[in-house]
Design a protein around this ligand. Sequence first.
Ligand code: SF4
Length: 502
Amino acid sequence: MVLSEDLSEACGVFGVISTTKEDIFRKMYWGLLSLNHRGQQSYGFVTLSKGGFHKKEDLNLIPTDPREVEVLASSLRGNMGIANARYATSGGTGVRHLQGGKQPLVISSHGRQIAISYNGNIVNAAKLRKTLHRKFGKFKTDADTEVLAKQILLSLEDNSGNYEKAVGEVLDKVEGAYSAVLIDSLDESFYAFRDIRGIRPFCFSHSSSLFAFASETPALDINGFRDYDYVDPGELISVARNGKMTRSTVRKGQPAMCAFEFAYFSRPDSVLNGTNRPVYKIREEFARSLARTYKKKLDGIDLILSMPETADDAAYGLHEFTGLPWERAVRKNRYVTRRAFISGKGERDDVIDKKVNIVPSLVRGKRLIVMEDSIVRGDTSKANIAKLNAGGATSVDLFVTFPRITNPCLYGVDMATYKELIGARMTPEEIAEWLGADSVNFQTIEGLVSSIGIDQKNLCLACVTGEYPSKTAQQIADKIRTLQKSEPKSQESEKRVYERNF
Ligand code: SF4
């Protein structure tokens, strides 16, 4: 999937266990391929067979050339495996850093070897690094995965290899978002666990002989599973080689599922926990909510357009609700994709400009409502609105399914500086002027929450409210806000807020 603002997530994870002797690579491959939208900078597979761990990884997208896939299949033997499609939200983004940050990570200590793959971001990684450095020596990478893996090894040592106790300790000590799958070669068992807030999605399914865990349900669908369950916040699930599955809530916390998953990240055909309906149905509801909130804006409108592809479902919802025509006159060139290594702003602008094409004859002389999923940096919207204006549109009113983003994300979405957030610097009116639109109409927080259908207290909305569901994240955000007031230029830092030194 090509993402409209080139926003990316920390990762997609997949894990699979067969109780038969069959190799599970193909199931793992299809599962991870269904999650490639969650991370496109690197991918990796690890399997466990009698011969130990087998690992294959590389930068960029998961390969689809059958010859490359066969090479992977021939070397990834075993009936237990985990996989990861990664985007870096910790550590550097140069080639060397991305190489070092590839997941799954295989790491050992005192005769125990584990492989781990996770989705999310660790907020207090800098602090944990200091303690873990004293215990394990120098870190090999600047990615959070090594922090999480080493904390698990340390907690296992301190708790005589008892996973329930060790993961409980990890959940206490490691603040942030993590949906993790892990294989331990010592007891040949598989483990899945999720942070106490359940910020990132995490689901699983099983038959009598096959178990699969994934960031999103389409990775289960593609493997033939029809019923899903979810790894609960604070839960540890273990699956032994003989298929014995054990579930235990090792810590309890206040759930805080990422609201942005519904507007942008998750696949439209995903069913996220707590909703019982596919994400695209929620996106249609976002549009109905916008129509109710901005009823007057609908007067005299000729046409609804959507910025493809994440706003298509909302555009359809608005069309269905209002009866206004919807034209797909904005088309994405799916081969102009975000690349892992855009070297500078000029190159980035060039790519943005080439990603979307507009059919001018359909917009000429028309008053338009343009549906957008969200506005983060605004550069993609600006480029597209310029094309609509050049194509002769009479007016362009933007409907945005997600509220104005005013605060960075510290939990694994690639918007971790204030500088990049247009909503942190400008009012909706100023944003409209900068974009070249007649108006910008953001979803209200109430509209977002009621459309999702999850109680507000169980959602993370920090990027739109400034209220973070975890303590260190709130402290970091408060600190930066204070700095902004005393020295406004401080918000111009290019560094991710959780990686800054105060
Ligand atoms: S801050 Fe926003 S993007 Fe980040 S986890 Fe919370 S809702 Fe999601």
